[in-house]
Design a protein around this ligand. Structure first.
Ligand code: XMP
Length: 317
C-alpha cells in the first residue's frame, strides 16, 4: 500500500520538524487510535514523547500489565504507568448514577494526567482523533453526545495551554489499522474492540465495589476467550459482559445460592452510532454460559442482551 507508506514517511518528517526539541505527552490506553498516533509520534521524536498510562482499576483482566508490556518491550515507547486504582475507587464509593460515575472518572482521569504532564513540562498533547471523529463533531454530535458524557482528555488543552497534535485526523479507521500494522503494532492492539474511557465503571450497573470488579473481570475474560477461540471475536464490533445489581436464586451442590446476574452483550455495528445485537450461535452462548457458571464465583445466572441501538445504547449505562 504505497500511499499509506508515503503517508507514514511524510507524517514522521512533518512531526519531527514540528515537534523537535519539544516535550510532548499522550494519554495511552491501548485503544487502536491512540496507540497508532503514539507510535507514529514516537518514530518521529522518540523519548521526547511521554506516554502516560493511567490504571484507574476499571480495566479488563490483566490489561494494566499487558498494555504497558507491549508498548515498552515490543514497541520501545517511553511509557509511564500510574497506579491510581485507590483514588478512583474511593471517589466512586456509593455512587450509583451513571452520569455521576462518568463525571467522576473523567475528572479524576484529567487530574492524574495533568499532574504528570506538568511534571514533565509538556507543551504539546497528542490525540488519536480520526476522520470520522472530525466529521461527527462537525455535524454537531452534540445532540447525541448529550445522551452520555463521553470521556477523554477534553478540557485539558486549554486549561494547561497545551497545543494539540492530531496526526491521524485525515485517516479512516481501516487506514489507521493498516498504518498501525506497517508500524509493527501487534494484532492484539490493532484489532482490539472499542472500550469506553470509563471502562468497567459503566459495565457494573449501580455501585462499583472491588468485589464486583473482580467478578466482572473474571467473567468477561471467560466470555472473550470463548469468542476468540471460536473465531467470533473479530466478527463482532464489540462484545462484553455487564454485571447487574440483581441477585438470583440457584443451587450449588445441595445448597441454596444467591448470586449475581451477568448479562452478555455482543453487537454488530459500523461506527457505533447504530448497532444490532449479534446473532451468536446458541452453542457459543451455551459454552460461554457454562464456563462462566462453572468458573466464576459470584455469578449465578447468565443472560444474553438482544436489544439493538436505538433505542438501547451499546453500553448499559
Ligand atoms: P453507546 O453506549 O453510547 O456507545 O451506544 C457507543 C460507543 O461508545 C463507547 N462509549 C464510550 N467511549 N467514553 C468512551 O470513550 C465513554 O464514556 C463511552 N460511553 C460509551 C461504547 O463502548 C461504544 O463503542
Amino acid at each position: 500500500n504505497w500511499s499509506l507508506e508515503d503517508f507514514i514517511k511524510q507524517k514522521i518528517n512533518e512531526l519531527r520538524e514540528h515537534l523537535s526539541g519539544k516535550k510532548v505527552v499522550a494519554a495511552l490506553s491501548g485503544g487502536v487510535d491512540s496507540s497508532v498516533a503514539c507510535v507514529l509520534v514516537h518514530r518521529a521524536i522518540g523519548e521526547n514523547l511521554l506516554n502516560v498510562f493511567v490504571d484507574h482499576g476499571l480495566l479488563r483482566k490483566n490489561e494494566e500489565e499487558e498494555v504497558p508490556r507491549i508498548f515498552r518491550q515490543v514497541l520501545g515507547l517511553n511509557l509511564l504507568k500510574i497506579d491510581a486504582r485507590k483514588v478512583f475507587l474511593e471517589k466512586l464509593r456509593g455512587i450509583v448514577d451513571p452520569e455521576k460515575k462518568r463525571k467522576i472518572i473523567g475528572e479524576q482521569f484529567i487530574r492524574v494526567f495533568e499532574k504528570e504532564a506538568k511534571r514533565y513540562g509538556a507543551t504539546h498533547l497528542i490525540q488519536g482523533t480520526i476522520y470520522s471523529d472530525v466529521i461527527e463533531s462537525a455535524k454537531s454530535g452534540k445532540k447525541t453526545a448529550a445522551i452520555k458524557s463521553h470521556h477523554n482528555v477534553g478540557g485539558l488543552p486549554q486549561r494547561m495551554d497545551l497545543e494539540i497534535v492530531e496526526p491521524l485526523k485525515n485517516l479512516f479507521k481501516d487506514e489507521v489499522r493498516i498504518v498501525g500494522e506497517m508500524l509493527g503494532i501487534p494484532r492484539s492492539i490493532i484489532h482490539r474492540q472499542p472500550f469506553p474511557g470509563p471502562g468497567l465503571g459503566v459495565r457494573i450497573v449501580g455501585e462499583i465495589t472491588e468485589e464486583k470488579l473482580e467478578i466482572l473481570k473474571e467473567a468477561d475474560d471467560v466470555f472473550i476467550q470463548v469468542l476468540k477461540e471460536t473465531g467470533w471475536y473479530e466478527k463482532t464490533w464489540q462484545a462484553f459482559s455487564v454485571l447487574l445489581p440483581v441477585r438470583s436464586v440457584g443451587v450449588r451442590g445441595d445448597k441454596r445460592a444467591y448470586d449475581y446476574v451477568l448479562a452478555l452483550r455482543s453487537v454488530d455495528s459500523v461506527e457505533g452510532m447504530t448497532a444490532d445485537w449479534s446473532r451468536l450461535p446458541h452453542e457459543i452462548l451455551d459454552l460461554a454460559s457454562r464456563r462462566i457458571l462453572n468458573r466464576v464465583k459470584g455469578i449465578g445466572r447468565v443472560v444474553y442482551d438482544i436489544s439493538s441501538k436505538p433505542p438501547a445504547t451499546i453500553e448499559w449505562e
